[in-house]
Design a protein around this ligand. Structure first.
Ligand SMILES: Cc1cc2nc3c(=O)[nH]c(=O)nc-3n(C[C@H](O)[C@H](O)[C@H](O)COP(=O)(O)O)c2cc1C
Length: 266
């Protein structure tokens, strides 16, 4: 993979430096737990699995509310059994990385199917993630058993977002069919707008290393693409509803999101 990326970087005027195995740095959530406690963080939301039992215990002893991400009913069950207070049910349509952690095969359950099944299976509040874009989708999520929603893609084109203009333009002009799941950028499955880097990586036929390694291998390329506004090599994380997102201030986007919702009736 490093040979391929080195050649690719050269051909596309991107930076890349080969590394030896000892040069990779791996971090554990344990490294962050002390800081979270030190800073007296009240809510901790995590993804890609379950925190270690002793970390959960330490956080809960301090009254921290824990939120974990599930992409299947089984994952929701594992989270609740571990002591998680709130489950984020992430549908297949959601933008960015899939929080999946259990099956060897990636769960591919859309939010409409996932939400009621998770809500029936667990006795903690469930937050809906995937395709939430306006009052209609929020009401639908609450109808299906959600107690809250977690929009992501919607805020990518906001003025406050650090996404560059090429990425923001790609999001607001995306069609429903323009996104796909890929491991090309990080080694973990994530949904983004299809671009040249995804196509090239697929066409290479190479086996993509696991998350910690591959994410770190492509980090320099992605950072360069971000600061030089090169959307063809950047990870354009976005959900299937990306084209409904609009540019503007985050406050305005939020106001539009909740416009017309009768909160007492939810
Ligand atoms: C730019 C971006 C980056 C994301 N990164 C992650 C991530 O690293 N891990 C994760 O579990 N979810 C990630 N997500 C998913 C969000 O947490 C959330 O589930 C999703 O955005 C909700 O669906 P929506 O994009 O359709 O609104 C990301 C989403 C976006 C838009």
């Amino acid at each position: 993979m490093q040979d391929y990326l080195e050649k690719y970087a050269k051909e596309h005027a991107l930076p890349f430096t080969k590394r030896t195995a000892g040069e990779f740095r791996f971090y554990s959530h344990r490294d962050q737990a002390d800081l979270l406690l030190e800073e007296d963080v009240r809510i901790v939301s995590f993804t890609f699995g379950v925190l270690a039992a002793d970390v959960i215990q330490r956080l809960k002893q301090r009254g921290v509310i824990l939120m974990g991400t599930a992409t299947s009913v089984a994952e929701a069950g594992v989270l609740v059994d571990a002591g998680v207070d709130v489950v984020v049910a992430q549908g297949y349509e959601a933008g960015g990385h899939r929080g999946s952690f259990l099956q060897p095969d990636l769960p591919q359950v859309g939010l409409f199917a996932l939400l009621p099944q998770v809500a029936d299976a667990v006795d903690v509040p469930v937050i809906a993630a995937g395709g939430i874009v306006d009052g209609r989708t929020i009401r639908a999520a609450f109808q299906l058993g959600a107690s809250g929603v977690q929009p992501g893609t919607l805020f990518v084109p906001s003025a406050e977002s650090l996404a560059n203009e090429g990425y923001k333009d790609a999001v607001v002009s995306a069609r429903d069919t323009d996104t796909q799941l890929t491991r090309a950028f990080s080694g973990r499955w994530a949904r983004g707008i299809r671009n040249q880097f995804m196509r090239d990586m697929e066409a290479s036929g190479l086996e993509i290393p696991e998350y910690n390694v591959h994410n770190s291998l492509t980090a320099g390329l992605r950072a360069h693409a971000r600061s030089n506004d090169r959307p063809e090599v950047l990870s354009l994380w976005a959900g299937q509803h990306a084209g409904k997102a609009r540019k503007g201030g985050a406050a305005e986007i939020f106001r539009n999101l909740i416009a017309g919702i009768d909160f007492d009736a939810l």
